[in-house]
Structure formats: structure tokens, C-alpha cells
Write a protein that binds this ligand. Structure first.
Ligand code: ATP
Length: 354
């Protein structure tokens, strides 16, 4: 299966006065798994539909393997597509659903049979080839939709929230299966989700979208550890922010100097310290810098840990994850605590991209 390179340049799309896409430029490498991540209405589906050919941008270009695609109809784009609602034909059985794209392409019956069964084997659905769609579970339908999208060996696979109708366990299982399938087949994949955990788990790179713009494009780890602004940081994990003040000598938290592991991206006047529950530590006597004091508000059991919410002076709130692994007893509500922001975990961002 070949893999296509997708180049999107300065794409704009408005619905009336509303800018759904506001100058998107993005290169998706052959074989890459790229996720479009963003809140509802940020333009993810619009961008995917432009790649698929269901929508025409107002301006800009879309090249696949150096060929302009904007005027090319969807069925001539060599793309597989999986939608949130699967869009399967309910009156056909599994086999015929998967065979459909091959019949459209005029492929002979013998080849259709072997290719459909091959695609169904890939998604572990070959035993259910004769079942009607109405007799399948959500996860099974999802697999059929996937088999139909890959059966003609597209260069590019587009997926729009394909797992959102599944329950949590099945969704996590399918995330791993999709990732393995992608590793094995190697087609360029563009995946839409608003679920940050899903994006972190599956992607080679993530493009974070907001209001029709790409805010940050990077690897999952960089997006999580080095967000380029408050919006991206807030979209990832259970993030809390503390206002920090920029002085000549560096950043200050509550008028105390803050030691950071690296110079922040943000060079403006003031900024925000990102505080994530799993990166906070209990302060011991050895730690003199980067301490914060607070009072325990409440504690929530999370299975593998407890999440302890802490109120700070100035009406701020942060949380710390308590796993017991640090030999620290679980605190109780009302208790005063001293916490330590490790320099490595102390990342400061600005309101907007610098
Ligand atoms: P979601 O996660 O909710 O699916 P999204 O990021 O995929 O959101 P889009 O579906 O791309 O967002 O929509 C972007 C914006 O464009 C939304 O505000 C939406 O209301 C608007 N929009 C999309 N299609 C149309 C249309 N055909 N006519 C008018 N407005 C539209």
C-alpha cells in the first residue's frame, strides 16, 4: 500500500461571515499518522472534508504527491474514509458493504472476493461476512467501516471521530488496533478527534486547532510538555494555571523567584505557570525553591491514585496526584500542605502564541 504526501497551503473557508478555516497550512508526510485535535467548532471536520473533496475551500491549495487536488472529485482522490456514524449500508451484509468501493471501481468478481476477505481478516471480521449491519455491535460496525475504507488500498486514510460512539474500554482497545493497523499498512492517516488522550496515544504528530487556525503542530510529547500557549496547555490533561510575573531577574510566583529548567518560549511581561497533578511533588526540607503552600479542599479516588485538590492564596486552585509511591500519607481535607514545583515541570506559557 503506497502512502501519499498531503500539502495544504493557506486554506480559507467561510460560511457567510463566519471563518471556519482561517489560513491553514500543513504538510502531512507519507505514512504519517496526523491528528487534528481541537474543541467543537474549531474546523477539524471542515478541513478533513476539504481533503476528501466534499467541500471546496474559498482559497488556498491542496496538493497530494505534488498534484493539485482542489478541483478533483472525491471518488478520484484515492482516499479511504471512516466517519463517526460509520455510514454503512444497513440493507447490505458485511461482505457487500466492504465490496462496494471495489464494485464502484469495476474490479472483477474473483479479485473482489479475495480482497474483501483479506480486508475483513485484517479487522478480525471475516467470520461475520454474511451478517447484516443491524446485527452487529458498535465495535463490529466500526471494524466493517474500517475494512471498507482500506479495501481498495488507498494512499490516504481519513477518519472523523471514528471511535466516539464506542464505550471507553472498547474505544481504548480500538485505539491500539487502529495504531497497529496503521503501523502494518503504512498509509498516510489524518485523524479527527476532540479527545486529547486519544490524540496523544495514537499520533505521530498532532495539529491543535482553534477557531480555524493551527495553533501548534508537533509530536504528542512536545505538545504535552512544551505547549506554545495557554490554550494548548489547557487542552492537554488536567491543567491548572498560576499567574506569574516577569521581572528582570526572571519569573516570580507570589513575589518569590521561580526556578525553571529552560528559558520559556514566552518572553512577554507576565505569563502562566502550567501545573499538572502528576508533575507536582510534596515538598521536603531539602527543597528551598519553587515551593507553594496550600490547604486541602477535597480528595477524589481515581482507582490508581487519589486526586487531591488544594486551594492557594489568591483564590487559586491546583491538584496533585497521590499514589502513595513517595511514602507520603494521604492528606485529609483542611490540612495545610507544602508542595514543590520541580524546575523540569515548571513551564511558563503566554496567553497567545509568541
Ligand atoms: P466538532 O468537533 O463539533 O465536529 P469541528 O472542529 O469538526 O467540530 P467543523 O464541523 O469543521 O468543526 O465546523 C467549524 C465551524 O464551521 C462550526 O462553527 C460550524 O458550525 C461551521 N460550519 C460547518 N459547516 C457549516 C455549513 N455547512 N454551514 C454553516 N456553518 C458551518
Amino acid at each position: 500500500m503506497g502512502a501519499g504526501k498531503v500539502s495544504i497551503r493557506h486554506v480559507h473557508k467561510a460560511y457567510g461571515a463566519f471563518k471556519a478555516l482561517d489560513g491553514i497550512s500543513l504538510d502531512i508526510q507519507p505514512g504519517e499518522f496526523l491528528t487534528l485535535l481541537g474543541p467543537s467548532g474549531s474546523g477539524k471536520t471542515t478541513l478533513l472534508n476539504i481533503i476528501a473533496g466534499f467541500e471546496r475551500p474559498d482559497s488556498g491549495s491542496l496538493m497530494v504527491d505534488e498534484v493539485e487536488f482542489i478541483t478533483r472529485p472525491p471518488h478520484k482522490r484515492d482516499l479511504g474514509m471512516v466517519f463517526q456514524n460509520y455510514a454503512l449500508f444497513p440493507h447490505m451484509d458485511v461482505f457487500d458493504n466492504v465490496a462496494y468501493p471495489l464494485k464502484l471501481r469495476g474490479i472483477d468478481r474473483a479479485s473482489i472476493r479475495s480482497r474483501v476477505m483479506g480486508a475483513l481478516e485484517t479487522v478480525h471480521m471475516d467470520k461475520l461476512a454474511a451478517r447484516r449491519i443491524g446485527e452487529l455491535s458498535g465495535g463490529q460496525r466500526q471494524r466493517v467501516a474500517l475494512a471498507r475504507a482500506i479495501v481498495f488500498e488507498p494512499r490516504i486514510l481519513l477518519m472523523d471521530e471514528p471511535l466516539s460512539a464506542l464505550d471507553k474500554n472498547l474505544r481504548e482497545h480500538m485505539q491500539m488496533e487502529l495504531k497497529r493497523l496503521h503501523n502494518r499498512l503504512g498509509m498516510t492517516t489524518v485523524y479527527v478527534t476532540h479527545d486529547q488522550q486519544e490524540a496523544l496515544t495514537m499520533s505521530d504528530r498532532i495539529a491543535v486547532l482553534d477557531r480555524g487556525k493551527v495553533i501548534q503542530l508537533d509530536t504528542p510529547q512536545n505538545i504535552y510538555d512544551h505547549p506554545n500557549c495557554k490554550f494548548v496547555a489547557g487542552f492537554m490533561g488536567e491543567t491548572r494555571f498560576l499567574p506569574v510575573e516577569r521581572r528582570d531577574s526572571g519569573y516570580h510566583l507570589d513575589s518569590r523567584s521561580l526556578r525553571l529548567a529552560s528559558e520559556p518560549l514566552h518572553r512577554g511581561a507576565n505569563g502562566w505557570l502550567i501545573v499538572r497533578p502528576e508533575r507536582l511533588r510534596w515538598a521536603g526540607n531539602a527543597q528551598r525553591d519553587n515551593r507553594i503552600s496550600g490547604k486541602v479542599m477535597d480528595i477524589v479516588y481515581r482507582g490508581d491514585s487519589h486526586l487531591v485538590s488544594i486551594s492557594l492564596a489568591g483564590d487559586h486552585e491546583i491538584s496533585i496526584r497521590h499514589t502513595g509511591s513517595e511514602g507520603k500519607e494521604l492528606p485529609v481535607p483542611g490540612q495545610d500542605l507544602e508542595l514543590w514545583l520541580t524546575p523540569e515541570a515548571s513551564v511558563v506559557v503566554g496567553d497567545a502564541i509568541q
